[in-house]
Design a protein around this ligand. Structure first.
Ligand SMILES: Nc1nc2c(c(=O)[nH]1)N[C@H]1C(S)=C(S)[C@@H](COP(=O)(O)OP(=O)(O)OC[C@H]3O[C@@H](n4cnc5c(=O)[nH]c(N)nc54)[C@H](O)[C@@H]3O)O[C@H]1N2
Ligand SMILES: Nc1nc2c(c(=O)[nH]1)N[C@H]1C(S)=C(S)[C@@H](COP(=O)(O)OP(=O)(O)OC[C@H]3O[C@@H](n4cnc5c(=O)[nH]c(N)nc54)[C@H](O)[C@@H]3O)O[C@H]1N2
Ligand SMILES: [Mo]
Length: 673
């Protein structure tokens, strides 16, 4: 029989949210490809409304997801619940039934709460690569009902999100497709060539029409190679650059005084701090030419309309919040808003029609949320390992939709914590990850092809249905089904906790989900159609003066090289790492390699005060001197000594939103003795 072709959408942690067409043969996913674009000539309801395609992604998808079937049917796929029989971390398990697994977890939950209190239970829920019903909906509510600790998802976007919030409040992102009208596009700490590939055709088209593209990144990435101006700043020095460009706008009389008076608060205080950052001083702090600062200021003031895209590379430093805020401030000072092609592209994931309050009321009643212990996801290692005297011990860890053994900072502490014999760990996963290997109980999770869900994009305004296109692989269950099973085992009402997707959707998506086409057609322009919205009712852009401390801008922490670890084209975080070979080499600029007597392929030790790993060197002229780079996304088992780059990453909290500081690591590299 020929394979059946079905339509669904990609839920992975990527801004694009591609509409997919998948081929299913004999219950197996045999091919995954892009859905073709809607035919503009075909205006029938069939083409437009029943089966809409995300126009942002029509026509092509990434190489990873083309091979997603390999993950769905991977040998590493977990098919039944498992109970540990070997030592922690070794990965030896025996299958058990779902009933036994749920009873085991519920018994441990009751015992832990009775002995140590609910704060000793840490549910680390992330599921950023799953649909909305798996990352939200019923999933967090069971832990709220039990009053356990809450693990804050500050591992990604917390800093940039907080900077947006203080500056713009509830104002939505600009529309990526408005790039068609831009004369200037500034990509700051973003590498869409790898992490948001559908932005590239828009950038290429904009350049062809004469727009200027600027990329600010310590690496000459594939995105930077397509730019007219690449500004290779030192990692973590963006705050100085943003303040210096603001100061130059002022000295050159290029501030849009009209716009500032009408729409901006705090410009004076911001400029008062910025003024000391002359182009020469910025050049020294950032390791760039002084002329570049002036060029950038002139471009931002003169090329209209101009669009700013702040990526997540910018936020991952101790002063990341100030850096993002100061980058956003440039758009306010230059008045780059109010027409299509201007404004700031941020996350688009806030969906007004998605309101979880009615669901919460239906399940938990009218009571306001109880106060709960707060734990930082970025500092999970210190909490689990008990190395922070301010933190009470955690005795039960429930991990769902994340892989902290490979992805969280300060990895040696994470592993030390996970290896504790007095910690009971439950991991709900699709495949036997580095984290799952440490579990006492492993529960099999569905992939997004096996259950109905909803995909809400964070890089374009698209919302899509994600219908199940294959049967469950093994005995896998969704996150909501696991939440419901635990709730019922803990004595809660099975009717209130019914996890059927249609029922939950009925309660969260007020008025039903808008079809994808409706949201994408809505090209709202910032400061013309949409406005800042602060909690106190203000509709003005709000600048607040950062306090730059020179030492924070180029912290050496006793080690000479700044280590960045950006997204890899082969994986989405660690997903697909089970078969995709991630580049685990340490990239160095030729001058840094030469200084250390190193050649391509030499075996080296990379270390700092937190840890060390062994790997080989890739001499890479696309880096700026003083910077080392290792990709995120590898599995621990790919590392020579069982570590990923995160063994070198500090668990510092950023200055806004307490976000993770992945690119704030400092290291030394030497030939392996
Ligand atoms: N293929 C693929 N796509 C992905 C992901 C993936 O793992 N693989 N991950 C997804 C996720 S979870 C996220 S959050 C996004 C992230 O997507 P991006 O926003 O593109 O973030 P990164 O790739 O982490 O970093 C972007 C760039 O910032 C640069 N950078 C590092 N430090 C600094 C700095 O101090 N200043 C400046 N100006 N630049 C700096 C890096 O060199 C890098 O090229 O991508 C998503 N898309
Ligand atoms: N060095 C370094 N480290 C980084 C970063 C960096 O830039 N540098 N970036 C950080 C960023 S941006 C992020 S977002 C984090 C991501 O950190 P994690 O969320 O830990 O990373 P993933 O590898 O995406 O892990 C998600 C896991 O969820 C599983 N999963 C997917 N869907 C479902 C589901 O529906 N249910 C269940 N139960 N499981 C599911 C997948 O199989 C996968 O193993 O990593 C961070 N780590
Ligand atoms: Mo992320």
């Amino acid at each position: 029989m020929a394979p059946t072709v079905r339509r669904t959408a990609c839920t992975l942690d990527c801004p694009d949210a591609c509409t997919l067409e998948v081929a299913v043969d004999d219950g197996r996913l045999v091919a995954v490809d892009a859905a073709p674009a809607d035919d503009p000539a075909d205006d029938t309801a069939d083409d437009r409304a029943d089966d809409p395609v995300n126009p942002f992604t029509a026509g092509f998808i990434c190489a990873k997801v083309r091979r997603h079937g390999r993950r769905v049917h991977a040998p590493e796929r977990i098919l039944t619940p498992l109970r540990r029989v070997g030592p922690k971390g070794e990965g030896r398990f025996v299958p058990i039934s779902w009933d036994d697994a749920v009873d085991l977890v519920a018994d441990r939950l009751r015992a832990t709460i009775a002995e140590h209190g609910p704060g000793a239970v840490a549910p680390s829920l992330y599921s950023s690569s799953a649909g909305r019903l798996s990352s939200g909906g019923l999933v967090p509510l069971v832990w709220e009902a039990l009053g356990t600790a809450e693990v804050a998802d500050d591992i990604c976007a917390a800093t940039a999100g907080a900077a947006w919030e203080v500056t713009f409040g509830a104002m939505p992102s600009a529309h990526p497709e408005a790039l068609a009208d831009s004369r200037l596009v500034v990509l700051w700490g973003a590498n869409p060539a790898v992490s948001n590939t559908h932005l590239l055709p828009l950038l290429t088209a904009a350049r062809r029409r004469g727009a200027t593209v600027v990329v600010i990144d310590p690496r000459r990435t594939a995105t930077a190679r397509r730019a007219d101006l690449h500004v290779p700043v030192r990692p973590g020095s963006d705050l100085a650059l943003a303040l210096g460009v603001a100061a130059t706008l002022e000295t050159e009389g290029r501030i849009d005084e009209h716009f500032v008076a009408a729409h901006v608060d705090g410009a004076g205080a911001h400029l008062a701090v910025a003024r000391v950052w002359t182009p020469d001083r910025v050049a020294e702090a950032c390791g760039i030419e002084a002329d570049t600062v002036v060029d950038l200021a002139r471009l931002i003031a003169d090329e209209r309309p101009g669009l700013l895209r702040v990526g997540w590379g910018l936020e991952r430093h101790r002063r990341g919040g100030s850096a993002v805020r100061s980058a956003l401030a440039l758009w306010a000072l230059a008045g780059q808003f109010g027409q299509s092609g201007a404004g700031v592209l941020g996350s688009t994931s806030d969906a007004p029609f998605w309101d979880e309050a009615p669901l919460r009321r239906a399940v938990l009643g009218e009571e306001p949320p109880p106060p709960r212990r707060q734990i930082s996801m970025s500092r999970l290692g210190a909490v689990l390992a008990g190395s922070d005297p301010a933190e009470a011990p955690v005795h039960l860890l429930f991990v769902q939709g994340s892989n902290p053994a490979a992805t969280a900072p300060n990895q040696s502490l994470v592993h030390r914590g996970l290896a504790r014999d007095d910690l009971f760990t439950v991991v709900h996963e699709q495949v036997l990850t580095d984290t799952a290997r440490f579990a006492d109980v492993v529960l099999p999770a569905t992939t997004s092809f096996e259950a109905d869900d909803v995909a809400v994009a964070y890089g374009t305004f698209a919302t899509q249905a994600v219908p199940a296109v294959i049967d469950r692989v093994g005995e896998s269950r969704t996150n909501a089904e696991v939440a419901a099973a635990l709730a019922v085992a803990m004595g809660l009402d099975p009717v209130a906790w019914d996890p059927a997707p249609a029922r939950v959707l009925g309660l969260v998506a007020s008025g039903g989900l808008p079809p994808v086409a409706t949201r994408t057609a809505d090209r709202a322009v910032q400061l013309r159609d949409t406005w800042p919205g602060h909690a106190d009712g203000s509709r003005r852009i709000r600048l607040t003066a950062p306090t730059p401390v020179a030492a924070d801008l180029d912290p050496t922490d006793g080690f000479p090289l700044a280590l960045v670890s950006p997204a890899s084209p082969r994986t989405i975080n660690t997903m697909f790492g089970e078969w995709a070979a991630v580049d685990t080499r340490c990239h160095l600029h030729p001058s840094d390699a030469a200084e250390r007597g190193l050649d391509d392929g030499d075996r080296v030790r990379v270390w700092n005060d937190l840890g060390a790993l062994h790997t080989t060197v890739a001499v890479d002229p696309d880096l700026r001197p003083g910077v080392a780079a290792m990709a995120k996304g590898a599995w621990c088992r790919d590392g020579e000594d069982g570590w990923t780059v995160n063994v070198l990453v500090p668990d510092t909290a950023s200055d806004l939103g307490a976000g993770a500081c992945f690119s704030d690591a400092r290291v030394e590299v030497a030939r392996r003795p």
